[in-house]
Design a protein around this ligand. Structure first.
Ligand SMILES: NC(=O)c1ccc[n+]([C@@H]2O[C@H](COP(=O)([O-])OP(=O)(O)OC[C@H]3O[C@@H](n4cnc5c(N)ncnc54)[C@H](O)[C@@H]3O)[C@@H](O)[C@H]2O)c1
Length: 321
């Protein structure tokens, strides 16, 4: 397959692309990324350079909000699938930088949808658990109420609505993935676990929201990839409808519990307690029944094992963050 992965230098884009390239040399990945400075560009470049070692990988620095450049680049390529992971991520950053979300998540996503419609290319796109907002039912199912609380999640819900319209009116083959707090090796330095490790290691201040009184459905990156593998490669009629899947472990953990576990691995002495951020929902806990229907004997990685692997990775690559 010829696959375009947008946001390829990001956490999930890199991890998924590496997995596909190692799976078989029949697959070719065209990776694009704007390499923006939301977090360490050194880390993004390192991920990109690792991918560049595979002969079936091609990289181009491109911004998906630039329609003419995107179309110009893609006109030379015959694609079977687009996996859109490029986005301005992060809930808290969206309060101070709302435009970034409009450019990348709305305009950029529209450009990708429109390209896929014109050239009849299948599309898998990233949404987010944050579209549920303060969910009332747990484990939250895909059909449960959506109630975005901030600009980031509003753009993600917007993606889902646009995808539905493109499916209905243009017969676009499209499916969406609602990721829940993904963590692991090569992860995102703006998220809880790596933020903790970084501040502990570098003896910097760790901002601890609401004494960890949140619950998150932490999902290990290698489990995420195994969960979405069948959606990418299955011969089943996966693209018959615009389906949306929770990508989660269905194992919610209190953030204060994760804090305690991390504190046992490496102490963080410089703690700044701040109150609950109003942009954050208190709890995420997704049902993964729908996505697990493609992989019956799925075994999730133990949280403690994955945490140690993440820490070992961090120690080795701390200089990149
Ligand atoms: N990691 C999670 O826990 C999580 C949870 C919910 C949803 N998601 C979604 O999954 C996707 C991947 O997330 P991630 O954790 O890998 O984030 P990430 O920030 O590590 O990766 C996103 C990549 O997209 C690139 N990018 C941003 N705007 C771009 C643009 N306009 N054009 C081209 N490239 C652009 C960034 O440079 C970055 O490398 C995102 O859409 C994110 O919103 C992630």
């Amino acid at each position: 397959m010829n696959i375009l992965v947008t946001g390829v230098s990001g956490f999930i884009g890199f991890s998924l692309s590496k997995y596909i390239l190692e799976l078989s040399n029949k697959h070719k990945i065209y990776g694009i990324d704007s390499l923006n400075s939301y977090y360490s560009q050194k880390l993004k470049k390192k991920r990109t350079n690792i991918l560049k070692k595979y002969k079936n990988f091609k990289f181009k620095k491109l911004d998906i909000s630039n329609k003419s450049k995107i179309n110009n680049y893609l006109k030379k390529i015959k694609l079977d699938l687009v996996i859109n992971l490029a986005a301005q991520a992060g809930v808290r950053y969206s309060l101070s930088n709302p435009e970034e979300y409009v450019y990348s998540n709305q305009l950029g996503f529209f450009n990708i949808l429109d390209y896929c419609r014109k050239f009849d290319v299948k599309l898998i796109y990233a949404s987010s658990s944050s579209v549920y907002g303060d969910a009332k039912k747990f484990p939250t199912k895909e059909i449960n109420e959506l109630n975005p609380k901030n600009i980031y999640s509003a753009t993600k819900l917007g993606n889902e609505i646009f995808a539905e319209i493109f499916f209905k009116f243009y017969k676009l083959k499209v499916i969406g993935l609602r990721f829940f707090t993904v963590y692991g090796e090569w992860g995102r330095p703006d998220m809880f676990i790596l933020k903790y490790l970084e501040t502990a290691h570098k003896k910097k201040k760790f901002i601890y929201y609401n004494k960890g009184n949140y619950v998150r459905d932490f999902t290990y990156i290698h489990d995420v990839i195994k969960l979405i593998h069948p959606l990418i490669f299955s011969k089943k009629k996966i693209f018959e409808k615009h389906e949306i899947y929770n990508v989660c472990s269905n194992r919610p953990i209190k953030v204060s519990k994760v804090y305690e576990k991390l504190n046992k691995i490496i102490k963080n002495k410089n703690l700044l307690n701040v109150k609950k951020n109003k942009l954050d929902s208190y709890k995420t806990h997704g049902s993964n029944k729908k996505i697990l229907s493609f992989s019956k004997l799925f075994k999730f990685t133990k949280f403690d094992d994955a945490l140690i692997k993440t820490y070992k990775w961090y120690k080795k690559f701390a200089h990149l963050i």
